[in-house]
Design a protein around this ligand. Structure first.
Ligand code: NAP
Length: 202
C-alpha cells in the first residue's frame, strides 16, 4: 500500500483516508504500519478504526453461514461486549472524512450506539428473524482449531486471539464519532436486521 500511496501523493492527491480497525493501533500489524506512515506523507488524512461490523452476521460474512445453516454463532469471546457498527455508518463517516473542508487529521474509533455480548446478538437475531440462534462459547483453543478448518493456521490463531481480547474487554466501549461526523445517531443491530429482512422480502 505504501508505494501506491507515495505515487498518489506525487500525482497530486491531497487527502488519504485509511480503513483500519479498532483492534489495530497505530504502528500495529498489517495496516497499522500504513497508519503510522500517513501523517508524514499527507497533510490531510484520517484513519477509520471501526469496531466489529454488524454485517458479519448478514450476507455471506463470517458468522452468517453458521447462523443460517445451524442456528449457531461460535466465538471465544465469552461474555465480552462489542460496540458493533453498521458498515453504512462507516461509509457515511468516510464520506465526511474525505470531503469536509477540514480533514480530521487523526484516527477515529467508530462504534454503534451500544455494546452487546454475542449472547445478546443471538437473542436479537432470534427475535427479529423468528429463527432460534444460540451463541456457543468456545475456548481460545477450540476456536482456533475450528477456524483452522476454514483459514490458514496462523490467521486462525490471530482471529481466535481477537476473540480472546474481546473476552478481556478490549471492545467494550462506545464512541460518539458517527453522531459527531454525520449528525445522526449510529444504527442499532436490531434496526439493521429489520432493514435486511425488509430488503430480502421485497
Ligand atoms: N469485518 C469486521 O468486523 C471488521 C472490523 C474492523 C475492521 N475491518 C476491516 O475492514 C476491511 C474489510 O473487512 P471485511 O470483513 O468486509 O473483509 P472481507 O469480507 O474479506 O471483504 C474484503 C473486500 O475487499 C475486496 N478486496 C480484497 N482485496 C482486494 C484487492 N486487492 N483489490 C480490490 N478489492 C479487494 C474483496 O473483494 P472480493 O469479494 O472480490 O474478494 C472484498 O469485497 C478489512 O480491512 C478489515 O480488516 C473489518
Amino acid at each position: 500500500m505504501l508505494p501506491f500511496l507515495h505515487q498518489a501523493r506525487t500525482a497530486g492527491v491531497r487527502r488519504a483516508v485509511l480503513l483500519s480497525s479498532s483492534a489495530i493501533p497505530e504502528g500495529g500489524p498489517a495496516v497499522g504500519t500504513v497508519h503510522q506512515a500517513l501523517p508524514d506523507l499527507w497533510e490531510e488524512w484520517a484513519v477509520l478504526r471501526p469496531s466489529w461490523f454488524m454485517q458479519n452476521f448478514t450476507g455471506t460474512h463470517a458468522h452468517a453461514r453458521s447462523i443460517r445453516d445451524e442456528g449457531i454463532i461460535r466465538t471465544a469471546t465469552a461474555s465480552g461486549r462489542v460496540g458493533f457498527v453498521d458498515a453504512e455508518d462507516i461509509a457515511a463517516v468516510a464520506v465526511r472524512a474525505l470531503t469536509d473542508e477540514q480533514a480530521p487529521n487523526t484516527d477515529l474509533v467508530l462504534t454503534g450506539p451500544e455494546t452487546l455480548g454475542y449472547d445478546d446478538v443471538a437473542a436479537i437475531i432470534t427475535e427479529v428473524t423468528g429463527r432460534p440462534v444460540v451463541h456457543h462459547r468456545l475456548t481460545y483453543e477450540q476456536m482456533r482449531d475450528h477456524l483452522t478448518t476454514q483459514v490458514p493456521a496462523e490467521f486462525a490463531a490471530m482471529l481466535a486471539g481477537m476473540d480472546r481480547a474481546i473476552a478481556e474487554g478490549a471492545e467494550d466501549r462506545i464512541t460518539d464519532t458517527v453522531q459527531r461526523l454525520t449528525g445522526r445517531p449510529p444504527c442499532t443491530l436490531r434496526a439493521l436486521l429489520e432493514r435486511e429482512m425488509r430488503c430480502s422480502s421485497s
